[in-house]
Design a protein around this ligand. Structure first.
Ligand code: IPD
Length: 287
């Protein structure tokens, strides 16, 4: 399914969807950065007292929804802050599971909100396009630095003109592994127990604070692998495609697809080793 021209529906071209995503992500990132320069406003909490949302998260998501609806009316938008759009003030309601066109946008307006609040230059706009439930295009843009990663399914992963291929490290003991933690303290207790067993078996651990950027870093080989339990679709939709297109395996554990229980992204040579260790450590278990 895709764009409607006259009475007929033509397949949505992933490259055109990427062009839309990139144009919208750049406007959104500009807004996030200028809002940050003006000062952090409207900070409140969401799932727990450590899970922050700011006025900028909402303003940036609203901008993204408005720009996507103007360019691609009929598509569905799933965002971190407004869900399927019911709170975005739009009169237009989603027409079905993927909207009238078969296209669903999956949006994180500011991934790395805690970094944003603290002024750490590591927060991103993440926009992915799904067609019939499959992610076909995605962009992640670090709003603070302007670094931008893109991918179209089947077309490789890119940062500017550089094609990405992930890390060449083959020994888990030499791997720099990025991860992240949820906001619920019981979940963190479990994640800390996993980490305590993992840390002695790898080169080191990194916790940067924005899962979409972790996945782009893994795609680029700035870290060797990434895993995290508890991510939302908006955290890993675009970054997951970028990692996959860089040649990484992106999965859950025990044959499960990447999802809320676990997202593991690693080059093929590391994936099996890290997968088996994470299974042994029950990384997708606990609360
Ligand atoms: C969070 C970041 C963080 C990850 C958390 C996410 P947010 O997203 O991606 O790195 O560890 O699980 O919730 O809240 O900043 O959009």
């Amino acid at each position: 399914m895709g764009e409607t021209i006259g009475d007929s529906v033509v397949a949505a071209d992933p490259r055109k969807l990427l062009n839309v995503a990139v144009a919208v992500a750049r406007r959104a990132a500009d807004l996030a950065r200028t809002e940050r320069t003006a000062g952090v406003a409207g900070v409140s909490t969401k799932s727990t007292s450590t899970d922050l949302v700011t006025a900028a998260d909402r303003a940036v998501e609203q901008l993204i929804v408005d720009l996507l609806r103007a360019r691609r009316p009929g598509d569905q938008v799933l965002g971190e802050e407004f869900g399927l759009g019911e709170e975005s003030g739009s009169a237009e309601k989603p027409a079905g599971p993927t909207g009238a066109t078969g296209v669903r946008w999956v949006v994180d307006p500011i991934d790395g909100t805690v970094n944003y609040v603290y002024g750490l230059p590591h927060y991103a706009v993440s926009i992915a396009a799904e067609v019939a439930g499959v992610t076909v295009a995605g962009v992640v843009r670090n709003a603070a630095t302007g670094e931008e990663w893109t991918a179209v399914r089947g077309g490789g992963a890119w940062r500017d003109a550089q094609r990405l291929a992930g890390s060449a490290v083959t020994d888990l003991g030499q791997a720099l592994v990025a991860t992240g933690f949820g906001y619920d303290s019981a979940r963190r207790t479990h994640q800390a127990a996993v980490l305590a067993q993992l840390l002695p078996r790898v080169r080191d651990i990194r916790r940067f604070g924005a899962a979409s950027l972790d996945l782009c870093f893994a795609a680029e080989g700035r870290v060797d692998a990434f895993f995290e339990k508890g991510l939302g679709a908006w955290d890993n939709a675009a970054g997951g495609l970028i990692a996959e297109e860089a040649g990484l395996r992106v999965s859950g554990l025990r044959g499960a697809p990447a999802g809320p229980d676990l997202v593991l992204a690693a080059p093929p040579a590391l994936h099996g080793q890290l997968h088996d260790l994470l299974v042994a450590l029950d990384a997708d278990g606990g609360p």
